[in-house]
Design a protein around this ligand. Structure first.
Ligand code: AGP
Length: 540
């Protein structure tokens, strides 16, 4: 069943939707914004609509066009000219069962071919192992898909040449390979994903390279402000990047939820670099935020995991994370690789702005290179995290706190727990707790504090004492061997010390991924497909 946008998840609202004759069937991802007016028109002209969905209007509109003598593709084109909103859809008619007509606007759609077999899907991982060639539709294009034959047209009927996309992912990358679920596989793939993301970017002589950057160093030197836009875990990676860019590159950084950014009046111009972060490169809020920034002449640099995704194709520059396909809905390896990719960007900006002595930069690059093996050590402690999860399993409420770059780690830990364990969790800057939320802390609450040794450790230690005094069970993320921090807590999640405080989130978030994972498993949840969530959110 599709992610519900209109009407409750029920059989009547499930796709495909049929027209009045039962000859047409249509599936749709996205939202038809003007569906209400269209629905009223259809009802007034005698159509019988059986669902509460926005989608159903499409199939009845196509029915009307076909009754006027148009073919399926022409009928669909005519209808799409009348609708507003976002869609990736596929429609069939019983008179020509070998033909599927598919179309997109904003929501992603890919085509695949393997000999006589043609395929349509929302993303590339769905076709891995089936398709040998991959094609991506652009906005307002439609595809006529027949066994072994693909034809792409613009809505006005003009032909579009087919251009296969290079896809390096293989089927193995999209299989569980002996792990109980994709989430644990993807957590364990993090060291390799980090190494791949860094590969080729840190040159031998201690300088940085951004291979996919289509902005010149001159362009980057002219930047006087950075604006980060993203959603969910990608936003949390962006919060880490704000610290890194401000600290190393000495550029002011603003950050906003993509869904908020596009509906306010941000101050941007040709000297603003907008960094849009999205593992999928298709999240509609982030895609539209990037488009609105481009309209205001800002340069847009996308950090994404999906080659040729909509955001990658539309941006001035792209920095790919090389995490491989992520199937679990909860972001893990893509989140970690986003943080290091953004660290690379921050260091690169600093380098082009002439802010580094070479020995300082090479120490930081050595630090980045050491992260994959340090993450590996952290994952090896999964059994200890599981034991902590068992001790916290009865808690009614979780608060995750941290300061500085520990704050986005706390947000990410809370988000992971909410997503897959369905437990109540909040992420807060540790210093903010006393301004209200601490009223909720009591016996039976768990407070997870990111208390690794950064310059703000002492402040975090005081905040831990405050929640301890109110009866909370305290779990700390602490550096190996730090007995002083361990003494403040009921449970300790050990991590190695990061080579720079700004790299700490790459290590500190890992035990929080594992904590959420083990708590969700203890509760018998499906960690890969949590309720109410979609991997890529292509509706606003
Ligand atoms: C993360 O675990 C979530 N599934 C979600 O918050 C996600 O990070 C968000 O929807 C953004 O997705 P994107 O990175 O593909 O844009």
């Amino acid at each position: 069943m599709r992610w519900a946008t209109h009407g409750k998840p029920s059989e009547a609202n499930a796709h495909p939707h049929l027209d009045c004759t039962g000859n047409l069937a249509l599936v749709h991802n996205g939202i038809i914004e003007n569906f209400s007016a269209l629905r009223n028109d259809l009802l007034a002209s005698g159509h019988e609509l059986r669902s509460d969905t926005d989608t159903e209007v499409l199939v009845h509109l196509i029915e009307d066009e076909i009754s006027q003598g148009l073919g399926l593709a022409e009928a669909l084109s005519a209808v799409l000219g009348r609708v507003t909103g976002a869609f990736a859809l596929a429609v069939v008619h019983s008179s020509d069962p070998d033909l599927v007509v598919a179309a997109r606007r904003v929501s992603p759609l890919v085509l695949g071919r393997n000999g006589d077999v043609s395929m349509v899907a929302s993303d590339i991982p769905a076709l891995l192992g089936h398709a040998k060639e991959f094609f991506v539709l652009d906005d307002d294009q439609l595809a006529l898909v027949r066994p072994g034959a693909l034809e792409v047209r613009n809505l006005d009927g003009s032909p579009v040449p087919l251009r296969p996309r290079a896809v390096e992912w293989d089927l193995e990358a999209a299989e569980r390979s002996g792990y109980p679920d994709f989430m644990s596989k993807e957590i364990h793939e993090q060291p390799q994903a980090l190494a791949d993301t860094l590969a080729g970017r840190l040159a031998e002589e201690g300088s940085l390279r951004l291979d996919e950057d289509r902005l010149s160093d001159e362009d980057l030197r002219s930047v006087d402000k950075v604006f980060v836009v993203a959603c969910g875990s990608s936003l949390h990676a962006g919060l880490v990047a704000k610290h890194a860019i401000e600290h190393w590159a000495r550029l002011p950084v603003e950050i906003d939820f993509a869904s908020e950014f596009r509906y306010r009046d941000p101050v941007l111009d040709g000297r603003t670099l907008v960094v849009a972060i999205s593992q999928s490169g298709e999240t509609i809020d982030t895609l539209q935020a990037a488009r609105s920034a481009a309209r205001q002449r800002a340069r847009v640099l996308t950090v994404t995991n999906v080659v040729d995704s909509s955001m990658a194709r539309e941006s001035d520059a792209v920095l790919y994370t090389r995490a491989g396909p992520e199937i679990g809905v909860a972001a893990t390896k893509t989140h970690l690789t986003q943080i290091v990719a953004l660290d690379v960007l921050a260091l690169y900006l600093a380098q082009v702005r002439g802010l580094f002595y070479s020995n300082e930069l090479s120490l930081l690059l050595d630090g980045l290179r050491s992260l994959p093996s340090l993450v590996e050590e952290t994952i090896e402690r999964s059994g200890e995290v599981q034991a902590t999860a068992e001790r916290c399993a009865e808690a009614g409420s979780f608060f995750f706190i941290g300061r500085h770059v520990g704050y986005p780690v706390a947000l990410e830990g809370a988000l992971k727990l909410k997503e897959i364990s369905y437990l109540h969790a909040e992420g807060y800057p540790a210093g903010e707790l006393k301004h209200g939320p601490i009223a909720l802390v009591q016996e039976g609450s768990v407070v997870v504090a990111v208390a690794t040794r950064t310059p703000l450790w002492e402040k975090v230690a005081s905040n831990i004492a405050e929640v301890s005094a109110r009866g909370a069970r305290v779990v700390v993320v602490a550096n190996e061997g730090d007995t002083e921090t361990a003494a403040l807590a009921d449970d300790v999640l050990w991590v190695p010390k990061a080579p720079s405080p700004l790299f700490a989130p790459v290590l500190d978030v890992v035990p929080l991924q594992l904590l959420a994972y083990h708590l969700a498993r203890l509760r018998g949840n499906d960690v890969d497909r949590p309720r109410n969530l979609a991997k890529t959110v292509t509706v606003e």
